[in-house]
Write a protein that binds this ligand. Sequence first.
Ligand code: PEP
Ligand code: MN
Length: 347
Amino acid sequence: MIISMRLHASREEIDEVRKQVEHFGYKVHSIEGEERVVIGVVGLGDVTACLESVEAMPQVEKVVRISAPYKFVSKEFRAGRTRIPVNGTEIGGDEFVVMAGPCSVESEQQIMRAAEGVARAGAKILRGGAFKPRTSPYDFQGMEVEGLKLLQRAKKATGLAIITEVMSDRDVELVAEHADIMQVGARNMQNFVLLKALGKCGRPVLLKRGMSGTIKELLMSAEYVVAHGNPDVILCERGIRTFETETRNTCDIAAIPALNELTHLPVILDPSHATGKRSLVPALARAGVAIGADGLLVEAHPAPEKAISDGAQSLDLPQFQKMMQELKPYIQLWQESRKKEVGAAAR
Ligand code: PEP
Ligand code: MN
């Protein structure tokens, strides 16, 4: 159940509702907007009695019964799409947003060349890991703070926004000082301590699907971030682990429309980790546009053969430029269909 308070309800009025809900044995999670507070009610109890009692309170605008276990991120909670402004662009809105850059930040020259190349090709957001989750403890673990500083320098030079991974709750504050979007990697999809900390980070969060995470588990993880105070979550399909070995992961392309049916949050596709092979990236990127993703997260590197991580799946800059060029007619169709959707919703 979700309770939407009247605009500018006072603290006492909100507490009164909270007490009433708790009286029925439920737990309360609230999202405090600038003007309106929304209260999520979870737990087991007499739903109808609680709903009717709260609905009668004058400070309450609306009460909606939500059956999904992920309440705030469910489509039942919000019919329209969540649009997330990032540095002058918007994710989940009328623009198909491409985020691109190397897997890891490796040097100033590398990140600068990558940033300039992807910006020229039309990307709006620069990716680059400063904290790297690596399967082997002996592999490069990332440049950490130095990497974050280099990303900032690239932002200043190109105007691109920055997305970078945060691996630990201890680093949330530091990464939030440098990033426009906080990336949660597949291996951390269910790091609940991290997800809770990101609820308070003040930055949008891009949550990657875990390699063995179900769609429902992905949504429950997003619910953690939202229930802890941050409504700006972007979901990312990046392939899951199956018996197939020809590709690095198996891209669950159907997850994108499935998520679009279940949640109002933006959904993007990472065709790089989904395939592990640069030759397959452009085709999968096209599929992402066609199937209604809100954007892409693509690995691109000025010299993939020298990349410290994920070189085999990274496009070089001319390949990235070519892919972006070839995506244009698809993105145009995407925009037309988004416009129709907005028009239909307004009618
Ligand atoms: C990455 O984006 O470089 C990365 C580590 O991705 P994932 O968490 O999806 O494996
Ligand atoms: Mn990578």
